[in-house]
Design a binder for this molecule. Structure first.
Ligand code: FES
Length: 162
């Protein structure tokens, strides 16, 4: 298993926790760090975060499952969140989602056989002015045509090969 947290991260978070009145403030930061290192957050990651913060695993789990950008199951190297909220939906988001499902040959919640892409429906990505929008990692893209989406996918494929 890949490392959940580096020694440096462990030190940094331990110092931060000691100075906080409410250590739970760090739940998302810790979960994100585990996810960045490991690709997703396994049960051991939830247990580790709970231990660092002095919380129960259930308290961490409640936060982890609330946020759709925290993955509690393995995902592809590039999880693609497709916005299905009203602005994007009314500006072609549905067709964009259908196109990406066909282009990648997977449905929502599935990962391509090469392990690169996972498609995930998402509520508003905060980019309504750029509808229809998708998010890959920390990057938000929009407004997108189906050709734009294909170019993004192709660029990520090339990046993975590079
Ligand atoms: S509705 Fe799609 S980004 Fe807000």
């Amino acid at each position: 298993m890949m490392e959940l947290l580096t020694a440096e991260q462990l030190d940094k978070f331990t110092v931060q926790v000691a100075g906080l009145e409410h250590p739970r403030e760090l739940i998302i930061d810790l979960l994100r760090s585990v996810q960045d290192n490991h690709g997703w957050v396994p049960d051991e990651g939830v247990a580790l975060v709970a231990k660092i913060l002095g919380l129960t695993p259930l308290e961490v789990e409640e936060v982890a499952t609330f946020y759709d950008k925290i993955f509690r199951q393995p995902v592809g190297r590039y999880p693609i969140h497709i916005c299905d909220s009203i602005c994007c939906w009314s500006r072609g988001g549905d067709a964009l989602a259908t196109h990406l499902r066909e282009h990648l040959g997977i449905d929502f919640g599935e990962t391509t056989a090469d392990g690169l892409f996972t498609l995930l429906p998402s509520c508003c990505l905060g980019a309504c002015g750029r509808a229809p929008a998708i998010m890959v990692g920390q990057n938000t893209y929009g407004p997108l045509t189906t050709d734009d989406a294909d170019r993004i996918v192709d660029a990520l494929r090339q990046e993975a090969q590079g």
